[in-house]
Design a protein around this ligand. Structure first.
Ligand SMILES: Nc1nc2c(ncn2[C@@H]2O[C@H](COP(=O)(O)OP(=O)(O)OP(=O)(O)O)[C@@H](O)[C@H]2O)c(=O)[nH]1
Ligand SMILES: [Mg+2]
Length: 654
């Protein structure tokens, strides 16, 4: 129905996530009803649900100024407003990186970070933690005109002295290009804002889409946050060229350095040739126009190192116009459909796959643990019933003897508990050691040392050495953590084996964990650093020390982020390792107590033997039902996870 396949697929994806959240919620309710939930399990379920709900999909638009980024965003996402939502015009329009998203905890608003914040080393991500540093304008989402008016703010500039502009890292007196921007009165025009976040409840944004509009290529070089964080982590990056300008030197550089480079193999990196309507010459035959476009595609592709069919020819302007006027012929001619399809294909299936894999392993682990607990309980019940059946027709002495035996078992087990306590304390020590290797303290020390070494040495080589040392040490921290993890795992393995031998319970194998994914994350950062730093050696000769230090701060904050995630994951893993052992011990203790209780009651003749056996058999039935319920829940979750993509829209239309 909708002309926009991306919007359609994205809603299908959101529905899929929603259904998954609902099924996991059912599991949680069931656990509560059956009194099988505990704080640990609930926390893990909560994490899982939070992750699914907060799941974001980031799409970034990058190009030299005036290539039509903002227009393309309007055409793909915001045509429903019946007008140009984001300002788009000749010359430089978008002056600061602009993020469009929806956070329901905030009013529909424009949040703007003043350009003055560039005088500090703090990154925009860090500033996001301090709302009072931002200027906020609320707007009325019912009024498209009001929104258009508010969004103009992202294009505002002001004049500052050359000295100030230098302080912001936006002007270099030695650079002849920059010198041309100097006004007669000695001022320089700079953006009013460093960063903008537009928060409003658009259907796609509500579902977790985050759109990043960037100003011309200049900003890419001056805001390392973009190149080190936002672009590499975006799920899709659209790089836009324009048919009327051809491919320029700086476009080739940016494409190679920041978008393709070693990351080209990444899905969702698309090149677009915009403004093809400029070639729609009424005096030419359609095939001549086709040829003209094909020629442009081939030459642009060559310069970017792509095949011609990897670049999507579009007219953003005509597409927007066509959507606003409901002109399907013009829309088809604009080429937007093919781009939207490619974007959808490169984006949603792979995103879904990742979310599916992560959710699946976590939920299966949780359900397996529930099964294990119930199976152990069932086995205990079974033993108890058999024990009681064995007492049929026996006299009081035998029963007393039996009771003493169970008492002894219980005492033995309680003595065994001391061993468990000892293990628990060794486990805590090992966990502490692990956190020391992976710790934020040692990381912060490492960052400080590197920062000092970099600032001291104002030479490229010295800086490179400091950075190499930095990454080397980080790797060392992760290697040591891996060794510690292996040690914990083998200790727990042995412990689980012993426990299952002694108490006949099913053996659990603690989950595997390694720091590989953080190593990879760091390697990616190191590669990005190398690509960008080594190619931009002129940074230092230009005395752009501010940029170098900004660059480092961004890198450091990314590294800190990787370690924060690692710490959190390790904590979850440690819980997953020890929790089954704790629940087994608890369960075993409970069973011994129940057995003793049963026999005591029969001995004291408060219960008859047969009544008690029936009672226990009922309990057994209940556990079997719970196990059957779990199978059904597992099946539901499996279905929710594997619901295939929506049927092809073509098939629907037919
Ligand atoms: N003919 C034609 N003009 C277009 C097309 N797309 C955009 N434009 C025009 O090109 C100019 C620049 O478009 P913007 O959307 O502002 O470009 P931008 O890349 O966002 O530019 P900055 O914000 O300055 O970085 C505007 O005047 C648009 O109307 C197109 O497909 N065809
Ligand atoms: Mg723009």
């Amino acid at each position: 129905m909708s002309e926009n396949r991306l919007a359609e697929q994205f809603s299908a994806y959101s529905q899929w996530r929603g259904a998954l959240v609902a099924t996991i919620g059912d599991y949680r309710n069931w656990l509560n009803e059956q009194e099988l939930n505990d704080a640990q399990i609930d926390l893990r379920i909560q994490h899982l649900l939070d992750r699914l709900r907060e799941d974001k999909l980031n799409i970034a638009f990058v190009a030299e100024f005036s290539r039509g980024k903002s227009e393309l965003i309007n055409a793909i996402f915001f045509a429903d407003y019946g007008q140009r939502l984001l300002p788009s015009g000749a010359g430089r329009t978008t002056m600061c990186p602009t993020e469009l998203l929806y956070d329901s905890g905030k009013p529909a608003s424009l949040q703007l970070l003043p350009i003055e914040t560039r005088a500090t080393d703090a990154t925009t991500t860090e500033y996001k933690r301090y709302p009072d540093e931002w200027t906020m304008f609320e707007f009325d989402v019912e009024s498209s005109d009001g929104m258009v008016e508010a969004f103009r703010e992202v294009g505002r500039t002001k004049r500052v002295t050359a000295a100030e502009a230098t302080r912001f890292g936006l002007f270099d007196p030695q650079d002849p290009d920059d010198a041309m921007n100097l006004n007669e009165d000695g001022t320089v025009e700079v953006p009013l804002w460093r960063y903008a976040v537009i928060n409003f409840p658009h259907p796609l944004l509500e579902q977790g889409l985050v759109i990043l509009d960037t100003p011309g290529l200049n900003a890419i070089g001056t805001e390392p946050e973009l190149t080190l964080n936002m672009l590499p982590n975006a799920h899709a990056v659209l790089f836009i060229l324009a048919a009327d300008t051809g491919v320029t030197r700086s476009e080739i550089d940016v494409w190679r350095q920041y978008i393709s480079g070693t990351r080209w193999k990444q899905k969702g990196r698309l090149a677009v040739l915009n403004k093809i309507d400029g070639l729609w010459d009424d005096l030419k035959e359609p095939h001549e126009i086709e040829q003209e476009i094909a020629k442009q595609l081939t030459s642009s592709a060559e310069m970017l190192g792509l095949h011609a069919d990897q670049i999507f020819p579009v007219s953003a302007q005509k597409a927007l116009l066509a959507k606003v006027n409901g002109d399907s012929e013009l829309l088809a001619r604009s080429g937007l459909g093919a781009l939207e399809n490619a974007l959808t294909e490169g984006l949603i299936p792979s995103k879904k796959e990742i979310v599916r894999d992560n959710t699946q392993s976590e939920i299966e682990d949780l359900i397996n643990n529930s099964v294990l607990v119930l199976e152990a309980r069932l086995k205990g019940m079974d033993e108890q019933v058999n024990e009681l059946k064995g007492l049929r027709g026996k006299n009081e002495d035998v029963i007393e003897h039996m009771m003493n035996k169970v008492k002894l078992d219980k005492e033995n087990f309680e003595r065994g508990l001391q061993r468990f306590q000892a293990l628990r304390s060794v486990f805590s020590q090992q966990a502490n050691a692990l956190f020391t290797h992976l710790g934020m303290e040692s990381l912060k020390g490492e960052v400080t040392r590197t920062r000092e070494a970099m600032m001291e040495s104002r030479f490229t080589r010295g800086i490179q050495k400091a950075m190499e040392g930095f990454f080397h040490d980080l790797k060392g921290m992760l290697d040591k953590s891996d060794a510690q993890i292996a040690e914990i795992r083998s200790m727990m393995d042995a412990m689980y084996e012993k426990f299952s031998q002694e108490h006949g319970s099913r053996q659990i194998s603690p989950p595997v964990f390694s720091t590989l994914r953080y190593q990879k994350e760091l390697a990616k950062l190191e590669r990005a650093y190398k690509e960008q730093f080594d190619t931009a050696l002129n940074m230092l000769t230009n005395e752009k020390m501010t940029l170098t230090s900004k660059f480092f701060e961004t890198l450091a904050s990314r590294v800190i982020n990787v370690f924060e995630v690692a710490n959190r994951d390790v904590e979850n893993w440690l819980n997953a390792v020890i929790a089954p052992m704790e629940s087994q011990v608890r369960e075993h203790q409970l069973q011994l107590r129940r057995r003793l209780e049963s026999i005591k009651r029969i001995y004291k003749a408060t219960d008859t033997l047969e009544d008690r056996i029936v009672e226990l058999e009922n309990v057994e039935q209940g556990i079997r039902r719970q196990l059957a319920d779990l199978q059904v829940i597992l099946q539901h979750i499996g279905t929710a996870l594997n619901v295939d993509d929506q049927p092809e829209p073509d098939a629907l239309a037919a």
